[in-house]
Design a protein around this ligand. Structure first.
Ligand code: DX5
Ligand code: ZN
Length: 217
């Protein structure tokens, strides 16, 4: 069986009891958590910035998969790295110089770089960047909110990207984010995804450990 990374998205967790939730997660097979940073401009929702990531780093050693839904990722990535981010993923739909930002992030040590694509973005638009990326994050809902319904039309995009990566022997992994539950997880795995982000499905479950387990069966 191929190795699948399950990544709970804390956007859907209760922030007042996050410490207990993270300890619970640490007792499962999960090694990563997904941290959504939204600026109310790139997406119509606001979350938090580096200061919260810094305090989260005090209470857990889990790998921090930071998803930047901000207009100016070049302005925030370094501080996020300094406070404990392990993956920095920014959006292709921003006006930033993508190759430059990828190079800047990769010029520092101990960090992975990801590029996220919203549903309307075609794989062709990022093809030249694939050799330089650790991760491509395919949004399987419109970015901005947890708890949305998975867009099944994204399956063919995952398949297309898997084909290109395999054909060219690129190192880059495929991450999916949005509407992942036990039914959609299997569709994404079969299409070629390696990393599954899941928020609402895990955190609205009565038993988060069982919900996590159900994603890899
Ligand atoms: C949405 C975020 C996701 C979100 C996924 O813009 O990027 O990470 O938390 O949540 P669910 O699994 O609830 O769709
Ligand atoms: Zn996300």
């Amino acid at each position: 069986m191929k190795e699948i990374t399950i990544v709970p998205s804390i956007l859907s967790a209760n922030f007042l009891t996050l410490q207990q939730t993270l300890s619970k997660i640490e007792q499962t097979q999960v090694k990563w958590i997904h941290i959504d940073i939204m600026d109310g401009h790139f997406v119509p929702n606001l979350t938090f910035g580096p200061i919260i990531v810094k305090f989260l780093r005090y209470i857990t050693n889990l790998f921090f998969d930071v998803h930047l839904m901000v207009t100016n990722p070049e302005q925030y990535w370094y501080e996020l790295k300094q406070v404990g981010a392990n993956v920095i993923t920014f959006h292709n739909e921003t006006n930033t110089n993508k190759k430059q930002l990828i190079d800047n992030i990769k010029s520092t040590t101990n960090i992975k770089v990801g590029l996220a694509i919203s549903p309307e973005t075609n794989i062709k638009q990022i093809i030249d960047l694939l050799p330089y990326l650790d991760i491509v994050l395919i949004m399987t809902v419109q970015p901005g909110f947890g708890g949305q319904v998975f867009l099944t039309s994204m399956i063919s995009k995952i398949e297309q990207l898997r084909y290109i990566i395999n054909k060219n022997k690129y190192q880059c992994l495929i991450e999916v984010d949005g509407g992942i539950n036990k039914d959609t997880a299997i569709l994404c795995i079969n299409a070629g995804a390696n990393i599954l982000v899941s928020g609402n499905y895990i955190f609205s479950a009565t038993n988060i450990t069982d919900a996590i387990k159900s994603l890899v069966i």
